[in-house]
Design a protein around this ligand. Structure first.
Ligand SMILES: NC(=O)c1ccc[n+]([C@@H]2O[C@H](COP(=O)([O-])OP(=O)(O)OC[C@H]3O[C@@H](n4cnc5c(N)ncnc54)[C@H](OP(=O)(O)O)[C@@H]3O)[C@@H](O)[C@H]2O)c1
Length: 339
């Protein structure tokens, strides 16, 4: 898609796992960048990054750095988004935030463009991009909702270590090396060793036994889909996969939908690709999703004891789960004449 007119773009957290992918995708999608300003903490200020074949110096993220910008992507910490996103809005620019800070704020649209792009019309300078797990989840649910309505979902996620950024990726590499040396893997970033393991806790526990990640999945899904009473039962699990979040989903629909009709509805939906041919052992895996923007859906089948449908869905948590969705928000705002 060719968008005309240059826009000034800043990326807060440009040196992080999501920030790096965001810079690459701005180039890949030919986002109309007039000026790029990579921002990070004092630790990285003064270092250089390559953008569009040129070296660009990383600056410290401070309010003054937002002067003259059109879009400021936040891919750093929640605290920084809370402090600095209002500074962006105050300067008349648009903050697109990847942290959880603003997602449930009633004044802030929480957007997956294919699902609820119209919510952008009500923005007041800050737009939130959902959690990486939520994005793949709603992308797989929305085609079914549009076809026949949905009533409830039971979901178990299998989440990649890069969901915890560079520290998560480094933890898996370090532990795999330790295991290869015959040593016990030591956990730092995750609550238990992740090499050769599966950890049924993403982020931290809340008082009721659910994790903060699980509650994000519930509340963000309800807000994006505009279904405040949607029944979601969820368990989030961290697995030793570098990139690509998966989720197995048992969906109760309002009206009956056959697996063939579900496949057709998903295949028609922009940004979703069906990979589902049991006869040829064809199903999507996190490795297939890594490096792709599409959400891949497969293993669509009827539940044996009810009319519900099973689906398996995978997506690249750093691309559609983070950077791609954030850039699509900016693209949609340009297309809607909001910038
Ligand atoms: N990873 C995912 O799959 C994913 C998906 C969706 C959303 N997110 C969200 O995206 C954000 C970034 O995650 P990540 O995975 O990319 O983390 P990361 O790899 O740890 O990168 C963190 C980035 O934030 C910068 N930063 C940290 N403290 C800062 C400060 N005080 N001032 C300015 N910059 C600061 C770091 O800069 P330095 O180089 O200077 O330290 C680095 O560029 C988080 O809010 C996360 O929740 C991540």
């Amino acid at each position: 898609m060719a968008l005309s007119g240059g826009r000034n773009v800043a990326v807060v957290g440009a040196t992080g796992a999501v920030g790096e992918v965001l810079l690459r995708l701005l180039e890949e999608r030919q986002f109309p960048v007039a000026e790029l300003r990579p921002l990070a903490s004092q630790r990285s200020a003064g270092s250089t990054l390559a953008f569009a074949g040129e070296p660009v110096e990383v600056q410290q993220a401070r309010p003054e750095a937002f002067e003259g910008m059109d879009f400021v992507f936040f891919a750093a910490t929640g605290g920084l988004s809370r402090e600095l996103a209002p500074e962006v809005a105050r300067r008349g620019a648009i903050a697109i935030d990847k942290s959880s800070t603003w997602r449930l704020d009633e004044q802030v649209p929480l957007v997956v463009p294919e699902v609820n792009g119209e919510a952008l019309e009500k923005h007041r300078g800050i737009v939130a991009s959902p959690n990486c797990t939520t994005i793949g989840f709603v992308m797989a649910l929305e085609p079914l909702r549009r076809a026949v309505g949905i009533r409830s979902v039971v979901v178990t996620t299998l989440q990649a270590v890069s969901g915890a950024g560079h520290p998560g990726l480094e933890e898996l590499s370090r532990q795999l090396e330790a295991v290869a040396r015959g040593e016990e893997p030591q956990a730092r970033t995750f609550a238990a060793p992740i090499a050769g393991n599966a950890v049924p806790l993403c982020e931290r526990f809340l008082e009721d036994g659910y994790s903060s990640e699980e509650m994000k999945l519930l509340h963000e899904t309800r807000k994006i889909m505009g279904l405040p009473r949607l029944d979601v039962s969820m368990t989030c699990i961290r697995v030793p996969v570098p990139v690509g979040h998966g989720a197995t989903m048992l969906v109760e629909t309002e009206r009956p939908l056959s697996p063939a009709q579900a496949r057709e509805a998903c295949a028609r939906f922009p940004g979703v690709r069906v990979v589902d041919e049991p006869g040829r052992d064809l199903f999507p895996t996190p490795r297939d999703a890594a490096g792709q923007d599409d959400v891949l859906v497969g293993r669509i089948r009827k539940d044996l004891g009810s009319d519900r449908l099973w689906l398996w869905q995978v997506s690249d948590n750093l691309r559609k789960g983070a950077a791609t969705n954030a850039i699509q928000i900016a693209e949609a705002m340009i297309e809607r004449g909001l910038r």
